[in-house]
Write a protein that binds this ligand. Structure first.
Ligand SMILES: Nc1ncnc2c1ncn2[C@@H]1O[C@H](COP(=O)(O)OP(=O)(O)O)[C@@H](O)[C@H]1O
Ligand SMILES: [Mg+2]
Length: 451
């Protein structure tokens, strides 16, 4: 399972213009309030929903599904005062087992809002595996696998061409502009040539990878209720955590034991076990055996419940998630977990434990994790090598646009890091002092300030 997202492109979306979020095993997104962190993650969510292949307005405004709209709905996607939005991603196939011909696939889509929201441009480009080890990028073979452009506005359709191995003789056809062309394409390809089969595989991989984005947003008060025992695929709110933990206890004692250890490490008093109690109707509720008494989920703290949801998900490396956007047959791509404010509700002393959970979940590329944090303790727990995975979001003062910068690429980074770990540097006021050689760190401070 080595097909995964390598980057998210925020070409024209909310506060972003031409920004790229690189995605590795672990990605840590930091920055001031309103700098664009959640906007970037909304972009990922939008692509994931579009990848289902349904009507774009239904997908983003959720007229049919019970997930609710993406933040701001489809109307909130174009940058203020504009009428279109544009997003893309890069999918990579690390072991090339799945993608047939391509080890990198770029997908981009542009949606215009008026007169009716519709796709006005969509492309799929592949870099052939044939020359993947070449150092010279000019020798790499790019193929435009799919190119869709609409000229007439509001017609409900869009013209698309795709690659079939015969340059200059790409077939073309008309597709509906109310849903992703990439999702409509595999059914339309005759797949008579190898090239067409590769296009179908590439399209399917992009869709499958995007559908694996899972925004874990535990809502403690929903986690305090009894749930049906067979409800074992974790939902985004973690409302069915009791059933998931019950299942874990029966099927994966090793992970269950580690969940217990992590939970024990969280509190000062003695927790001897995590239990799952049953109602008369056979519904389940999580409970802690502590100090000789049983504490059911309905009495647990928000922070503890949130931690149990996150730890369970990470310990299982994203395996028991309700990925209902995927067909049950899709399991080539790694799931990508998105967790906002990872440390929310937890004591600073838990920072390194949380970070360790994330790292363990992402080793061997079994899952990808993107999280945001405002926690200096968590930032301090990052090793210098981890800094490669930190991306700073900031707003340009003159344009108001958000930009994304890898932490080590910020000017002043090397000399600052010589002064202490990241959390200390951010909180200790070191950033306000000019260093001996009179370098000016105000810019660095402004970006990094965790205000
Ligand atoms: N469609 C949009 N166009 C321009 N700005 C937007 C749009 N949607 C949200 N914003 C702005 O984005 C900011 C919020 O960014 P957000 O990503 O939520 O911040 P944070 O980094 O705290 O997560 C607000 O200033 C809001 O006005
Ligand atoms: Mg936010």
């Amino acid at each position: 399972m080595f097909v995964r997202l390598a980057q998210l492109r925020l070409t024209e979306f909310k506060t972003f213009r031409d920004a790229v979020l690189p995605l590795g095993d672990m990605t840590v997104l930091i920055g001031r309030n309103s700098s664009g962190k959640s906007n970037a993650l909304d972009g990922l969510e939008v692509l994931s929903r579009l990848a289902e292949g349904g009507d774009i307005v239904d997908s983003l405004d959720s007229r049919r599904v019970d997930e609710g709209p993406v933040r701001g709905g489809i109307a909130g996607c174009p940058p203020h005062t504009t009428d279109t939005f544009s997003l893309g991603c890069q999918v990579t196939d690390l072991d090339q087992a799945e993608s047939g011909g391509y080890f990198l696939i770029d997908f981009d889509v542009t949606i215009r809002m008026r007169p009716e929201p519709e796709i006005v441009r969509e492309t799929l480009r592949g870099i052939s595996t044939r020359l993947r080890h070449t150092r010279d990028p000019r020798e790499r073979v790019f193929h435009t696998l799919l190119q869709a452009d609409s000229s007439a506005a509001g017609g409900g359709s869009i013209e698309a061409r795709w690659y079939n191995g015969r340059p200059g003789r790409d077939p073309k056809a008309s597709f509906r502009s109310s849903r992703l062309v990439t999702a409509q394409l595999p059914l339309r390809l005759e797949q008579a040539t190898e090239a067409e089969r590769h296009v179908a595989v590439a399209a399917q991989l992009v869709l499958d990878t995007l559908r694996g984005v899972f925004h874990l947003d535990p809502v403690p008060h929903l986690m305090r209720l009894y749930v049906q025992g067979r409800d074992i695929r974790l939902r985004r709110t973690a409302e069915n955590i009791s059933a998931v933990v019950g299942h874990l206890k029966n099927t994966d004692p090793a992970s269950y034991a580690r969940l217990l250890q992590h939970t024990q490490a969280l509190v000062d008093h003695e927790i001897s076990d995590i239990e799952v109690i049953r109602s008369q109707l056979d519904d389940l509720m999580l409970a802690l055996q502590e100090d000789g008494a049983l504490t059911p989920a309905r009495e647990m703290s928000d922070g503890l419940l949130r931690f149990i949801a996150i730890a369970t998900t990470l310990l299982r490396q994203g395996m028991d998630l309700d990925l209902s956007r995927r067909d049950s047959s899709d399991h080539t791509a790694t799931p990508l977990l998105v967790i906002e404010e990872l440390e929310n509700g937890l004591h600073p002393s838990q920072a390194s434990q949380l970070l360790q959970l994330v790292k363990n979940a992402t080793t061997k590329s079994s899952a990808q994790v993107v999280f945001t944090t405002h926690s200096p303790a968590l930032l301090s727990a990052l090793s210098p090598e981890d800094h490669q995975a930190v991306v700073v979001s900031s707003r340009d003062r003159s344009t108001g646009f958000s930009k994304l910068t890898k932490l080590p690429e910020l000017s002043g980074y090397p000399s600052l890091m010589a002064q202490g770990d990241l959390g200390t540097v951010v909180t200790s006021g070191l950033l306000e002092q000019k260093s001996d050689d009179d370098r000016d760190f105000t810019e660095f401070d402004r970006l990094m300030g965790l205000g």
